[in-house]
Design a protein around this ligand. Structure first.
Ligand SMILES: C[S@@+](CC[C@H](N)C(=O)[O-])C[C@H]1O[C@@H](n2cnc3c(N)ncnc32)[C@H](O)[C@@H]1O
Length: 223
């Protein structure tokens, strides 16, 4: 049992409310993903407590800083979704979100599609492709309100790869550590300026159980 609750740190500190039924859904996500993981090697994080903190809580903390993720019908592309993070928890958190999980590894995409089907997440679909290949296809160009990416690539590379997916005034929301943001700062500033993005940084927050610090960096398209 993972027993996800609002009193969990940092959900409590960030005042993240869990929608009705989400704790039960979180348990189902844990059961379904770890079952698929037994045959497909999606994640090394499998203990209930680690899964809760490093996958579930980490995925939904974005809601604290971008509350529209909890309430609006946004079209989101999760680039490099891997085993389904953050796209699976986010699609369960707000059924109004229309999320596409994208990954260049076909097996991972199939596993996320299977998990979405078993979990009844009809608002989550998947595509097997590289970001830069999909971004030039007419049906995906300028179609998304937000592109998310967690643990995929440096911010400068992701700006280049994600920018064509965005609708006017769209955003790229990256799940990062403060250390990575600092390390990537110079190239990030250069690419953000080149492609006309304003940068927003969230406050730094800490995950329990030595899971480390996190920070979001958001690129707002000026166009
Ligand atoms: C370290 S995993 C992270 C997966 C997931 N976002 C998470 O946080 O658990 C990085 C994933 O990004 C995918 N990936 C890397 N570059 C990509 C690209 N250009 N287009 C699509 N997927 C990509 C990889 O195949 C891999 O599954």
């Amino acid at each position: 049992m993972i027993n996800l609750q609002e009193s969990d740190s940092p959900l409590d500190e960030l005042k993240i409310q869990l929608p009705e039924g989400f704790s039960q859904k979180a348990e189902e996500i844990y059961q379904v993903v770890t079952k698929i993981n037994e045959t497909h090697n999606l994640t090394r994080i499998t203990s209930p407590e680690d899964f809760k903190i490093r996958h579930l809580i980490d995925s939904i903390c974005s809601v604290a800083y971008y509350p529209e993720l909890a309430t609006e019908s946004l079209k989101i592309l999760d680039l490099g979704c891997g085993g389904g993070f953050p796209c699976i928890p986010l699609s369960a958190y707000n059924p109004q979100l229309d999320i596409t999980g994208l990954d260049s590894e076909g097996t991972k995409v199939k596993c996320v599609a299977q998990a979405a089907s078993e979990l009844g997440l009809s608002n989550l679909k998947t595509i097997h492709a590289r970001g830069r290949e999909l971004a030039i296809k007419e049906e995906h160009k300028a179609q998304y309100d937000i592109v998310t990416a967690r643990a995929v690539a440096t911010a400068d590379k992701l700006i280049k790869e994600c920018r064509q997916f965005l609708k006017p005034k769209g955003r790229i929301l990256l799940y990062k550590t403060p250390e990575a943001i600092k390390k990537e700062e110079k190239l990030t500033l250069r690419e953000a300026k080149k492609y006309k993005f304003d940068i927003e940084l969230s406050p730094i927050f800490t995950l329990p159980n030595d899971a480390g610090q996190r920070q979001f960096i958001v690129f707002h398209s000026q166009r």
